[in-house]
Design a protein around this ligand. Structure first.
Ligand SMILES: Nc1ncnc2c1ncn2[C@@H]1O[C@H](COP(=O)(O)OP(=O)(O)OP(=O)(O)O)[C@@H](O)[C@H]1O
Ligand SMILES: [Mg+2]
Length: 339
C-alpha cells in the first residue's frame, strides 16, 4: 500500500445475523492528512462501517487496512494507533473530566505521570480547565463532546474516527467542535474519518466525501466535484431595459451550458460561476447592455444527495441512534433519581 494512504477499504461487507446487509461491498481510500466525510441517512451503514474500521466489529467479507494494518489481523494494534469518538456518549458521568482522561490513558498503558501530563494538556487544549475537576455529568453537550474528543486523542493517534460528532449540538457547539478539529489537522496533520448528517458541515470541513445509501457508496468526490457533476452553477443576470438580446453572446462564453431569458433577466447554467460572472459582465457592458444585478447559486450537497439517491436527505429522518441513546440515558437518569 502506498505510504500516503491512511485507510484502504476493499469490498467491505457486513451482514448482521446472516440476513441484514448493513454495508454492501464498499471500496475507497483515504489519504494521510485528509478529512474524509461519510454521508448518509439513518440506517445507511455509517456506524457499522466505523465499527469495522476501528476493529470493533468483524467484517463479513472484504478488507480494511488502517495505518498499514489489516483490521481483521491486527485489531488490537489498530485500536492502539487510532482515536475514536463514538456516536453514543462514552464519557463516564460520575468521573470528572480529568479522571475520564486519566482512566483512558491507563487503558492505553500510558504511565501515570505521562498520563496526567497528557490529560492536563488536552484539558487546556479543549478549553475545559474550569470544569476539569467536576463530574462529567454536569457538562453541557458541547463540553462533553470536547471531553470525548480529548479522550480520543490521549494516545496521540494519527487517524481519528468520528461518528456523528456534532449531533445534538447547537450551531455554536458545532462550530466550536470543528475549530478544534481544524487546528489538529493543521498542527498535527491528523487524518479524520467523519460520519455526519449535516450536509453543510461536510461541505465545509471535508476534503472528500462518500455518499452512502442502503449500505452502498453511491458517489465519491470533493464537495466541489460532486456539485459540479450536477451541471454547474445557476447565474442570474438582470439587465437594463431596452438592451439588445444577449442570448447568443452569453451562450458563447466558456463553460456555459444553457441560457434562458425571462423578462429582463438571463438565467445561465454554467461551470465555475465565479469566473463566468466577471467575463459576462464585461461582455454585456461592451455590447451596450448595463448589468443591474447578479446572483450566483451553487448547487448544495442536498441536491447532490437527491440526484444520487432519488430522495431528499431529510425525508426519512427519524430519531437517530444517538437521539435514541440520549433519550434512554435521560429515562435511566430519571429512574435513578427516583430510587
Ligand atoms: N447489531 C445489529 N444487529 C442487527 N442489525 C443492525 C445492528 N446494527 C445495525 N443494524 C442495522 O444495520 C443497518 C445500518 O445501521 P447503522 O447503525 O450502521 O446505520 P447508520 O448509518 O449509522 O444510521 P444512524 O444515522 O441512525 O446512526 C440498519 O438497517 C440497522 O438497523
Ligand atoms: Mg450511526
Amino acid at each position: 500500500m502506498p505510504t500516503n494512504v491512511a485507510i484502504e477499504v476493499e469490498g467491505l461487507k457486513k451482514i448482521y445475523n446472516g440476513k441484514i446487509t448493513a454495508v454492501d461491498d464498499i471500496s475507497f481510500q483515504v489519504r494521510h492528512g485528509e478529512t474524509f466525510g461519510f454521508l448518509g441517512p439513518n440506517g445507511a451503514g455509517k456506524t457499522t462501517t466505523v465499527s469495522m474500521l476501528t476493529a470493533g466489529l468483524r467484517p463479513t467479507h472484504g478488507k480494511a487496512i488502517v495505518d498499514g494494518l489489516d483490521v481483521s489481523h491486527d485489531p488490537e494494534e489498530v485500536k492502539r494507533r487510532i482515536g475514536v469518538i463514538f456516536q453514543e456518549s462514552t464519557a463516564d458521568g460520575d468521573l470528572t473530566g480529568r479522571e475520564n482522561l486519566e482512566v483512558a490513558a491507563g487503558c492505553f498503558g500510558i504511565p501515570g505521570s505521562e498520563g496526567r501530563s497528557r490529560a492536563k494538556l488536552l484539558i487546556d487544549q479543549m478549553q475545559l480547565s474550569d470544569a476539569a475537576d467536576r463530574p462529567a455529568k454536569t457538562y453541557s453537550g458541547g463540553m462533553r463532546r470536547r471531553l470525548e474528543l480529548a479522550v480520543g486523542l490521549i494516545n496521540r493517534p494519527r487517524i481519528l474516527f468520528l461518528d456523528e460528532p456534532t449531533l445534538g449540538l447547537d450551531p455554536q457547539g458545532r462550530a466550536g467542535f470543528w475549530s478544534f478539529i481544524r487546528k489538529l489537522r493543521e498542527d498535527d496533520g491528523l487524518t479524520v474519518f467523519v460520519t455526519t448528517h449535516y450536509l453543510d458541515e461536510a461541505d465545509e470541513m471535508c476534503d472528500r466525501i462518500a455518499i452512502i445509501d442502503h449500505g452502498k457508496i453511491v458517489a465519491t468526490g470533493t464537495p466541489t466535484e460532486l456539485k459540479d457533476r450536477l451541471g454547474g452553477d445557476a447565474v442570474n443576470l438582470r439587465i437594463q431595459d431596452g438592451a439588445p438580446d444577449l442570448t447568443g453572446l452569453l451562450s458563447g462564453q466558456p463553460g456555459v451550458l444553457s441560457v434562458q431569458k425571462q423578462d429582463g433577466t438571463y438565467r445561465v447554467k454554467c461551470q465555475k460561476g465565479e469566473t463566468f460572472v466577471p467575463r459576462a459582465v464585461a461582455a454585456c457592458t461592451e455590447a451596450g447592455a448595463a448589468v443591474l444585478g447578479v446572483t450566483v447559486k451553487r448547487p448544495s450537497l442536498d441536491e447532490v444527495f437527491l440526484e444520487y439517491t432519488g430522495r431528499e436527505f431529510r425525508e426519512e429522518e427519524g430519531p437517530t441512534a444517538t437521539d435514541r441513546a440520549v433519550m434512554l440515558q435521560r429515562v435511566q437518569g430519571q429512574l435513578r433519581g427516583r430510587r
